[in-house]
Design a protein around this ligand. Sequence first.
Ligand SMILES: [Zn+2]
Length: 470
Amino acid sequence: MLSLPLLASLFTSFNQALIAKQGWRIIQHPESLMARVLKAKYFKQSSFMEAKLGSRPSFVWRSILWGRQIMQKGLRWKIGSGNQVCIYKSNWLPRPEAFKPFSPPTLDIQAVVADLIDENQNWKKEMIYQHFMKEDAAMIVRIQLPKTPKPDQYLWHYDKYGRYSVKSGYQIALKLKFPDSPCSSDSSLSQWNVIWATELPEKIKIFMWRAVKNLLPTASNLWRRKIVGSPICRRCGVTNEDVIHALLDCKVAKKVWRNTGCAEEIEKLVQQDLMAVLVEIQRKKGKKELELIVVLCWTIWYSRNLFIFENKREDSQLSIARAEANLDSFRRINKPSSKILEKQQRNRKQVWNPPPSGWFKINVDAAVNGQDQSAGLGVIIRNSNGEVVAAAAQRSWFQLKLLITLFMHSEEYPEYEATHADALTECFNFGTGMLTIHAQQDILGVAVLMAVMKTKKPIATMETEKKNQN
Ligand SMILES: [Zn+2]
């Protein structure tokens, strides 16, 4: 199925952004235990950003370097003295995506930015305009220099305070995966929000976003890329198959729309682009209706693929039933029924006691719902004040595995909440297994990382004392 790898990509990206945070910590706190241990083992002679995988990398190190790919896309130097920053090799120009000069090297290839700064901490403008293209030169001289030389510092380009956040890292990770990503401009961001704000499975949101961005492999798109010989729709044979035709206007699609009572609405909107259609539907009919229409688009595309790849014709009623079933079971998983709520309330009555000072308590549980084949796993780690230090939830729905969310350190809670609001609540609701570990704040990050990366055997590596609350 088309959307499976996409779904996997999405969550992989989220994990990558989370793990990138470990890299950020290593850069920001080189004196921390984790940074020192890793440095001694893997990058004694270089910096973290230049560190190599090495011959026998541990699982954690391998993961951290994977996360570093995100860092490399958004980390740049804030010039203090310019001594540490290589003009041609380092990221230092405040220009997203290419933080390096475009100009061909005319200075020594090892030259540092300090060579462009005079003794009064001013840019050597004449030299800069002589050695760099106008665009680069203008950008360089606009960079503010401190009045007195300071050590150069790394900052995260995508945050106004220069601090890495999982949320913005996630956007970059998505951009790596989907080059024409929703964070590329303000207008596409707000458009994306129309889709993102729906309460639908991620795979369907991603599908819809791809449709809006004209990234679906329609006959027209494949023909333009010379992959197929004709742009004509293979289902009706009447006209070119672009996204609008495939989802709204093809006679097979129209049949579905007629059977749902949305036909009139769709007919009126078919002349516009797909995003305008979605915005209009949300404005006129509200979110629930929009959700139904998005799921129907997804089902229409699904049955279109069945026809193209397996030569199967799906009855339009069956398409609608599929859409409704998808929507229904998703809503059921997300909005707990009264029975589940009751159980949760019962669970809440159990008293949770904080661990002794200097210890962390980990609650973990898994739940499986055989009826709709959904499953979930949750982990939450709290300190002796009862504050949440880290939490993770893994969930699968529609037989598709994979949703790993994690947040580290309670100050990041709002950021986490914005990304996956209900995962934390789920952790609390699961809370039946429990274990307590003694850990320094320092190594906790690594421990949690290992736990989450190995969710199939959750936190077995950290297990020191385990008991059941039930
Ligand atoms: Zn057609």
